[in-house]
Design a protein around this ligand. Sequence first.
Ligand code: NAP
Length: 264
Amino acid sequence: MHSQPPGPTAAKELFSLRGKRALVTGSGQGIGLTLARGLGAAGAELVLNDLDPARLEQAVATLRGEGLVVTGRRFDVAKAEEVGPAFVELERTVGPLDILVNNAGIHRRAPLETMPAASWQAVLDVNLTSAFLVTRAVASGMIERGGGKIINICSLNSELSRPTIANYAAAKGGLKMLTRAMAVEWGRHNLQANGIAPGYIRTDMTGGLVVDPEFDRYIRARTPAGRWGEPRELVGAAVFLASRASDFVNGQILYVDGGLLASQ
Ligand code: NAP
């Protein structure tokens, strides 16, 4: 596929995900659900994942109602003992994956000097170790089948930190380097691993910050776009990184942040 000469391929075909199957972790709500919807609209069959079975069921029903082909699998992406069996069952009953989006994530904010070890560990487990566990479960199959697409949902905090998020910044910084490690190790197998690093996006995760007038003012002033982002504004990057259009793009982190990282 990567040796095709350039030709007058229609842009629509270049970005089409028809015939591809995509798993998005943590896709019961928020960015994950919106990215799944976007990949589905580009033609992919979807597998949703979440911790909360009711939320997962609701998300599956919603996307099916929109005409997409969707199944759901509840498992904890941070637990090796759940991820392994989930993938054996998934590949047997649904089929192999072409696209994996490692999206599940959590925040546990606390000043670093008093941060509970459990908060440190939980954030590292869900935001970083999960990407290792889930990608490890799919990579061998992708290699055998001649390629695949991994998209890791990083963050502005892969580059920048601020008080109370040391655990999150360490995890997202690690995820950036894990993305590069995947690209380096699997590039010769036609497997592309890239990251999307959202800026400040309005979701449940940031709900408490959006309604905090001081923080809201700070974000609007700090972001060249002068506003928060919406989950749907990440879809273009995800479709690009999941499609043939990015077959020679590997190990990159695409910051979708309204220009924040470029600003002093
Ligand atoms: P969200 O609304 O809190 O959604 C996160 C989803 O992940 C939830 O549905 C949650 O399920 C699920 N999840 C959490 N732990 C899980 C686990 N162990 N196994 C499976 N699923 C799990 O957050 P979001 O804002 O959409 O964030 C999505 C991703 O984008 C995260 O990686 C986040 O770090 C990243 N991000 C967000 C922003 C932002 O501004 N929102 C910025 C940069 C990066 P339950 O609620 O059922 O537990």
